[in-house]
Structure formats: structure tokens, C-alpha cells
Design a protein around this ligand. Sequence first.
Ligand code: F6P
Length: 325
Amino acid sequence: MAITQDKKYAILTSGGDAPGMNAAIRAAVRTALANGLEIYGVKYGFNGLIKNEMEKMDRGSVSDIIHRGGTVLYTARSKRFHSQEGVQEAVEVCRGQGISGVIVVGGDGSFRGARDLSACGVPCIGVPCTIDNDIACSEYTIGYDTALNTCIQMIDKLRDTSQSHDRCSVVEVMGRHSGQLALNVGLATGATSIVVPEVPFSFERDILQRIKETSAKGKRHFLIIVAEGVGGVMDLAKRIEEITEIETRPAILGHVQRGGPPSARDRALASRLGNAAVELLLKGESNRVVAVQGSQLEHYPIEQALNMIKTFDLNLYKMTHMISN
Ligand code: F6P
């Protein structure tokens, strides 16, 4: 049975944090307040919902956060919420508190939670936020642009030292199942080679051969970008050095990619999507994900969004390799 009281919303952030989460929270809270609604901030994602850890938010709760990385609501990956009991506990909390809509800011794992909660009569709207940019229904996810720029800044620094020493750098960027970040980092840093989970790779052909070819054209320092989902940068660096005799250094950029002030693009996207999520709840919608395609905002049923597969841009991948050869 759906909850009928409709003037109290809640917002939570869930899964890996991403720059721009705070801007999304701010936009959702301010939109709710502008519409005369109460809105509660839930701490630690679905865990906080189960434990009824929530606080009423006012205008000041979201002041001075648009420029901050991380999430003022904290985040978690809730194991408990994977069980029917966990979902039921959260439903009881929502009923008890009179929560009639929940905005879930996160990635695909978080949307599964939002789908399950919606199915139990608590209307939910998902806001795509992950540095992986792996939510197929949305061209961009909040946090991706900032992470991309963070990677580029760090790799530009690596490039200086790699160039001074005539070295090869093998750099791992985040993306457990997705090479989106790696591909665009590689494109923007002029990588010699990009290794992603979506494209089968051969060490000889895609690394050694490419180093050999570019070296023959006069290049003296090299950059290999590896997506986390492929991993193995330590071994890769060792093998490259052993075979080519080019000094090679591995680097794992790690969680620094998830922090820092959101870029202008992420702030704007987060503000638009946070606002759109509340507006959808106001229209009586539930179980949907807001998304951006081009400059247009769209929304999709969560199940459909989860089943969509983000196509890897093979042409861009090939072009990137062609122009850095
Ligand atoms: O989904 C975002 C992401 O940063 C992935 O790229 C990465 O594999 C994962 O989260 C790391 O998660 P954790 O914060 O648990 O180390």
C-alpha cells in the first residue's frame, strides 16, 4: 500500500562518494523548501534509513556546500539493505516518519535499493552520481567530470617527471567495471596506450608494439593508462621495463580521484538533477532515475535504467590510439 501523506521527503547519498553530491543535496533541499515541503537528510545511505538516522534540513543545512567534495550526509554501501528484512525496516521507518518520497543520490547499486524501496510503496527517485560514468541512461553522471580533470592534472605532473627521465609511466585510474574514465583520461593526456575492461588487449601488440613504434618516431617517454577493472599496473610496469629496458614507474591514482571541489560542469549537472528529482516526486512519480542526454533532462524507470548497457565508444578508443601513435 502506498504511503499517502505527501509533504515530507528524505534524501540520502549512497555508494562511493563523488564530487557534486553536495551540490545535488543542496538543490534537492532548496527545491523542496521552495515548494513548502519538509525534507530530511538521512546519514550513511540506506543504513541510516534503516536506523532512522535523519535530521530535518533547512536552508542553512545546505549553505556553503556547493563547492565541497564528499557528502555532508556521509555515505555507505549497505549490506543490510540487500535483504528483504533490511528493506522492510526502512519502509517501517519511512511510514513512522511520514516520509512520502526519497531521493537517492548514487550509482547503480543505490538504484537497486531505490527500486526495492519503491516496490514497497515508498516513492523513490534516483540521481546518477558516480565518477565511473557507467549509468547508461545518462550521458554524464555527477562527479565524472571532476574526476576526469583530477586525473588529468595528476598525469600532467607525472608527465613532467617521466619526460625528464625518458621513462614510461603506467597509471591506474578508477573504474572497476568501466573504462569510460580511462578512455577519456587517455584521450586528454595523449596516452601511448589505454587498457580497459571493454576491449581485449594483448601485451605484445597493444603495449610493446606501440612503445616500439612511437619510439622509432622519436618519442622518449610513454604513458600507459590502465582501468582499475583490468589492474595489474605493478606487474605491467615490471614487464615493460624488463623487455624494453625503458625505466618504468607504476602509479595508482586511487581515491584522490573521488575527492576535491566539483567542477563547474558537475555543480551545474548536480543542481539540475537534484532539482529534477524533487520535481518528479512532486508530480507523483516514483521508481525513476533522472538523467541527462545532451542538454536535455530525462527520466527512466529504474529497472529500465539498470538494464541499459553503456556502449563503449570503440571509435573514440581507436582514434585516440591513432593520434598518439
Ligand atoms: O564506483 C566508484 C568507484 O570509485 C569505483 O571506480 C571503484 O572501483 C570503487 O568505487 C572503489 O570503491 P571503494 O570506495 O569501496 O574503495
